[in-house]
Design a protein around this ligand. Sequence first.
Ligand code: AMP
Length: 278
Amino acid sequence: MEVAATVEEMRALRRRFEGSVGLVPTLGFLHEGHLSLVRAARQRDDRVVVSCFVNPTQFGPGEDYERYPHDPERDLSLLRPEGVDAVFLPAKEEIYRDGDATFVEVAGMDDLLEGAHRPGHLRGVATVVAKLLHIVQPHRAYFGQKDAQQLVVVRRMVRDLHLDVEIVARPTVREPDGLAMSSRNVYLSPQEREAALVLSKALRQAEQRFAGGERDGERLRTAMRELIGQEPLAQLDYVSVADVETLQELELVEGAALASLAVRIGRTRLIDNVILQS
Ligand code: AMP
């Protein structure tokens, strides 16, 4: 497994790779969710590149950029047994240079879900993914359904900019009790960790109601809101039952819907989602 710290080193490694290349972009501090993407890439592609980069532009002012967990040695030791070919571990200055003036923005997403609650977040995501795709030139890039809006934004950017890459989505990996894996789970105290189960519980309840025939978007949202309201340590940012492509809120669920939510547990903001589908 090779490690590239600069754009030049990454490009030199890439030039040597024959066959198909899969890229797994991450912020690092890896867990089983990230490793499921790595394994999916390993199955389909001849070469696997993982990037670990805490991307400053996707964090808003007052968010957790400064304290985001960071342990490259731990990440490398998790990736070595997975048959990864290259890890791209750039410094901030490698990706964002003085005078950078170009950003990628997918219009129409900033009023919705994460876009509405984290100004600039989606622009930061689209910009860094565009940079990574240009540097690594993969045939496929792998993303988790856990960050559903990110996936919608990346797919749209790839389509609109005619990028020659296939975007592969993989299901959310959960702890045995249902909590979606996240690098941010390390922030939670034992009491908060217990309270954080309210996210997956609310989504499971929405799934059950949907399976029982409920198709009214507002009733599904209200039920999730009420369940979150019962947890004293939880503060709701949003609940949503939306169209899976446009992410517009649905009054009536006809085909599939994305049920998603963002909740603060103490100082930690967590997101989760499920697809409702008959
Ligand atoms: P992050 O490091 O949080 O930016 O995540 C990097 C990639 O891993 C993104 O495509 C995420 O959607 C994906 N990911 C994060 N958590 C999970 C999870 N629990 N299950 C599956 N994929 C995940």
